[in-house]
Unconditional design. Structure first.
Length: 601
């Protein structure tokens, strides 16, 4: 039998590795900018064209590379960061695997210009699909200039599954921001299609956060700072009033490296327990600093998952630090006790003399020596109680009618005109088949969602002029999405005017939004569109309508009268889908008559 196992060619092996390391244009940005940081750059310029599909360029003024290093850097497992296995537990650099450049070169065309400090000439290298096509001396500044063109040109399937330019650009900006937030001493610029989105000057952490996300976030931040023998934790958390359902600004950094850690996220949220509504979250920017030997970053090629040696101890320290920050800066909301209609509890007075309570009883009472006449409570003529009540011969009187197969129209015909609100969250109404329980918030979301979708489809939104226009400042990722959904916002009923510098004036809003914070509403809608929008306008329209409906819908805890409940029930029955919300959550359930009979039987 002939041998069937064989070594894969380097080009195939590199493409397999690229599948893990280079998933989309944002992965290229992450790897190249991290290499520039490790090279000691003080200025890093990032340029993308067509959201990275056509060109990704990263220019830095770091140490640069020699002619030999420039060529060797594109080989697999070639790195200057570590030399032996023990170095994995004392890492002080962003990269260490030696796979990034080889993976990028396997699926793209790369042009590199680099020069060492003190050298007169640099090196010009051109690589396509892991093959070096040209290498020659050139004149260039100190540092490195990576130009990646036609990403996935030789892997059509990977290129086909890239999302829209708006979605890919948002992913690129997210990767860029994660690095910019942790290295405030480095100057960063970011250009997309010749438009400058970021120009970040060297500064401190707090100012860098404001430069990236806008000065508006400054009013919501509380400082966190604790130094222990286990670790040092610093950064900022949001105030309880900054809690939102959509909060993209949540970051953990460990020794200058971004990470995802659900366990530590739970610690931060636990500090805000009972201070913010259920389902809402606060922004945070938390920086951990601890010995490199106490963590392991060699878990996944993307390097966003990190293991901690003292995870539980750090969890407790983080929880205490966030709680202290909230209390120290008076971030705890005041407790408002509702005493209306409640019994008055007297205050204890130490000077007032208290007497022991006395029990009054009859010592001569003996129930066995007394004859108590017991009168029957049975009515002599009980049939007289039912005089005047007649039952039709063809219909028996029944509290719960027999269940039957019902349709949406049958429920409308048989529903009770009187409703009951349970715990200010559910609407309960009797129908022919039993008892219907409706989630009031979800039902209203479904009603509003279909109304807004109809407005977008008909291009006829009902607007309401604002007495004083509101000003909304958008982040670069929000602005990229905003330009693609401006028409849909106008169809719903918004009227916005550009003021320049990613700022817009809100002149009109859809009718029925009185009392809502328009600025927060637009941010929430754009966040929903960024998360769910995939370039198909139908899905983006649905995301906008859903985001607006969630913000406007009746919240839990709001008391409704019978007319308001009846309006919601009738509106729900008129919807195309009365059973589920647009995102698939159940709206109502019907408790069948047989279930009551079983419970009471």
């Amino acid at each position: 039998m002939s041998d069937i196992i064989q070594l894969l060619p380097d080009s195939v092996a590199n493409q397999i590795a690229a599948g893990e390391v280079i998933q989309r244009p944002a992965s290229v940005i992450k790897e190249l900018v991290e290499n520039a940081v490790d090279a000691g750059a003080s200025t890093i310029n990032v340029i993308v064209v067509d959201a990275g599909r056509t060109i990704i360029q990263v220019i830095d003024d770091g140490c640069g590379m020699s002619e030999t290093d420039a060529r060797l850097a594109f080989e697999r497992h070639a790195t200057s960061k570590i030399k032996k296995a023990d170095d994995l537990f004392s890492l002080k650099t962003m990269g260490f695997r030696g796979e990034a450049l080889a993976s990028i070169a396997a699926v793209a065309q790369i042009e590199l210009k680099t020069r060492l400090k003190g050298e007169e000439l640099g090196t010009h290298l051109y690589i396509s699909a892991s093959r070096i096509n040209n290498q020659e001396p050139c004149s260039c500044p100190v540092g490195s200039n990576f130009k990646v063109e036609n990403l996935f040109f030789n892997v059509p399937a990977r290129r086909k599954f890239l999302k829209s330019n708006t979605t890919e650009l948002n992913n690129i900006l997210t990767s860029f921001q994660r690095i910019a937030l942790v290295y405030p001493e480095i100057n960063f610029t970011f250009h997309s299609n010749d438009l400058e989105l970021f120009n970040l000057k060297s500064t401190h952490i707090h100012q860098r956060i404001l430069d990236v996300f806008g000065k508006r976030i400054n009013q919501d931040l509380l400082s966190v700072n604790v130094d222990t023998t286990v670790c040092k934790i610093s950064g900022f958390v949001g105030k309880p009033e900054s809690a939102r359902k959509k909060v993209p600004h949540q970051y953990f950094f460990v020794n200058g490296r971004y990470m995802k850690h659900p366990y530590f996220h739970k610690a931060v949220m636990s500090a805000f327990e009972r201070l913010i509504p259920t389902g809402e979250q606060v922004p945070y920017f938390i920086y951990f600093n601890l010995p490199p030997e106490d963590i392991d970053v060699n878990i996944h090629p993307v390097k966003t998952e990190i293991k901690f040696e003292n995870e539980q101890a750090i969890w407790q320290i983080l929880l205490a630090a966030v709680k202290e920050a909230v209390g120290l800066f008076s971030g705890v909301t005041s407790l408002d006790f509702d005493v209306h209609g409640k019994p008055e509890i007297p205050v204890f007075d130490e000077k007032k003399q208290l007497n022991s309570p006395k029990v009054q009883y009859n010592p001569s009472y003996n129930p066995f020596k007394q004859n108590i006449s017991r009168q029957s409570t049975k009515a002599e003529d009980w049939t007289a109680l039912y005089d005047g009540i007649t039952t039709p011969p063809d219909k028996e009187l029944s509290v719960f009618p027999e269940p039957e197969n019902f349709s949406q129209q049958s429920i409308v015909d048989e529903k009770s005109p009187v409703h009951y609100q349970y715990k200010e969250k559910y609407i309960m109404t009797a129908v022919k088949s039993g008892l219907m329980v409706i989630d009031q918030h979800r039902a209203h979301v479904r009603i509003l969602y279909e109304d807004y979708m109809e407005r977008i489809a008909s291009h006829h939104g009902v607007s309401q002029k604002m007495l004083f226009p509101e000003i909304v400042h958008l982040s670069p990722s929000e602005n990229a999405m905003f330009e693609s959904v401006l028409t849909e916002l106008s169809d719903i009923g918004f009227e916005l005017t550009s003021l320049g510098a990613d700022s817009y004036a809100v002149n009109s809003i859809p009718s029925g939004l009185d009392g809502l914070n328009v600025v927060d509403l637009i941010h929430d809608m754009l966040s929903t569109a960024i998360e769910q929008g995939e370039g198909i306008m139908e899905e983006i329209n649905s995301s906008l309508a859903l985001g607006l409906a969630r913000s406007v819908a009746i919240p839990y805890g709001q008391v409704l009268n019978n007319d308001e409940m009846d309006k919601i029930v009738n509106g729900l029955f008129a919807c195309s889908n009365m059973n589920y919300t647009p995102n698939g959550k159940k709206i109502l359930c019907i408790v069948d008559q047989h279930e009551f009979e079983h419970l009471l039987g």
